[in-house]
Design a protein around this ligand. Structure first.
Ligand code: PMP
Length: 387
């Protein structure tokens, strides 16, 4: 009995995939301080460096100073009861306008959103087709849905089309689900092709822009940059990354909005976000047009880092500010991550089950506070680590 539970842990320890929690003392600019040591932080999704921007924080608190209502930490009930402060309406209307959609609906996190939307929209006569590398929250959403689901090979749109050709008629509604910028490989979905496929086979398209919203397409995401935002049925974003906050949202039409409000259990059965958080999300959304310089700097630096890694014969993937360095073996990945840490660089070792066996990697998440000298520090650390 208890032995079985202990064995679960020893199995992952043997494979070097055992995880422990680590606490930090504070963050300052691009640095994180742990147990008195300072590290350059490549492990954060705060791509625009907003979370440590004290001037911005001061501006924010100044802007809400007069009304203590908005400083609160609890909505004190679920949104459908009374935990629905008017700033939710402001945020959702602003999001809908920003993304050119009729409606937007905010969830407590991107995880709530991804486990909550597809189950609310589907039943057993439906089919969900999901990219194999979609985030765990999407996979959990598939599990919770009554629909049949298939995880298609990463970015294999020929395979997806062939499957639909054969099987589309066997289902009522079909949803295709993809991330736009994939968080583990740092590569990008061909949303134009997916829009063609969804049109041809009468499917709905759900695009998770968690890692791209706020940055790509002047902050409007990759679908906007590719010119297909108006063709995406459900555009999902999160506030936990470039917005330096917490929450998730879907920008969509009236019908999907109403279905979510009425049927999405992770939306209905949870206390609303703290008003102060909703207000911050609104505040940052309004700031996005002023962040262009930070965004451009991030793209330039990422390009440079990737090309230097390639020049030095390292294996990397994708073409964004998420730069994976593929090392294959979990043990080796942990070792190199440890060596880099000794040289003042914090970068996560990503191992199975987060990524497939044999593809363990260091995942460098760059942010716009970093400079060329930071990249050089990494490259020197890697050389020292003899990868
Ligand atoms: N979608 C994707 C693609 C993600 O990478 C993540 C989190 N890493 C989520 C959704 C979940 O978002 P949140 O952290 O807001 O729960």
């Amino acid at each position: 009995m208890v032995e079985k539970l202990i064995r679960r842990l020893s199995n992952i320890k043997e494979k070097n995939n055992y995880r422990t929690l680590q606490y930090y003392d504070k963050k300052y600019s691009k640095y994180i301080f742990i147990e008195g040591h300072r590290y350059l932080n490549f492990s954060s999704n705060d791509y625009l460096g907003i979370s440590t921007d004290v001037d911005l924080l001061r501006d924010f608190y100044d802007s809400i100073e007069l009304d203590l209502n908005w400083h609160g930490f609890s909505s004190a009930s679920s949104r459908l009861i009374s935990g629905n402060p008017i700033i939710y309406k402001m945020l959702e209307e602003e999001l809908a306008t920003f993304l050119g959609k009729k409606r937007a609906i905010v969830f407590n996190s991107g995880y709530h959103m991804n486990i909550g939307v597809l189950p609310a929209l589907t039943d057993k006569r439906d089919l969900i087709l999901s990219d194999k590398l979609n985030h765990a929250s999407i996979i959990d959403g598939l599990r919770l849905s009554e629909a049949k689901h298939i995880r298609y090979k990463h970015l294999d749109y020929d395979g997806l089309e062939a499957y639909l050709e054969k099987n589309r008629n066997g289902y009522e509604n079909v949803f295709i689900v993809t991330e736009s910028l994939f968080s583990m490989d740092g590569d990008i979905a061909d949303l134009k092709r997916l829009v063609e496929i969804k049109r041809r086979f009468s499917c709905y398209l759900y695009v998770d822009e968690a890692h791209s919203i706020g940055v790509y397409g002047n902050g409007k995401g990759i679908a906007y940059e590719m010119g297909v935002l108006d063709k995406i049925d459900l555009l999902a974003g999160t506030f936990g990354k470039a917005f330096s906050s917490v929450g998730g949202f879907i920008a969509t039409d009236d019908l999907f909005f109403e279905l979510i409000v009425n049927f999405s259990r992770p939306f209905i059965f949870t206390t609303g976000l703290p008003p102060v958080v909703v207000f911050w999300n609104y505040f940052i959304l309004k700031k996005i047009p002023t962040l262009v310089e930070k965004i451009n700097k991030l793209f330039m630096l990422s390009k440079r880092f990737r090309s230097l890694l390639i020049q030095m014969d390292y294996k990397t993937l994708g073409n964004s500010y998420i730069v994976p360095l593929i090392l294959g073996d979990s043990n080796k990945t942990l070792e190199v991550s440890k060596k880099l840490r000794e040289s003042g660089v914090l970068v996560p070792a990503i191992r199975p089950p987060t990524v497939p066996e044999g593809t363990s990697r260091l995942r460098f998440s760059l942010n716009s506070l970093m400079d060329e000298e930071d990249i050089e520090l990494v490259l020197a650390g890697l050389k020292g680590g003899e990868t």
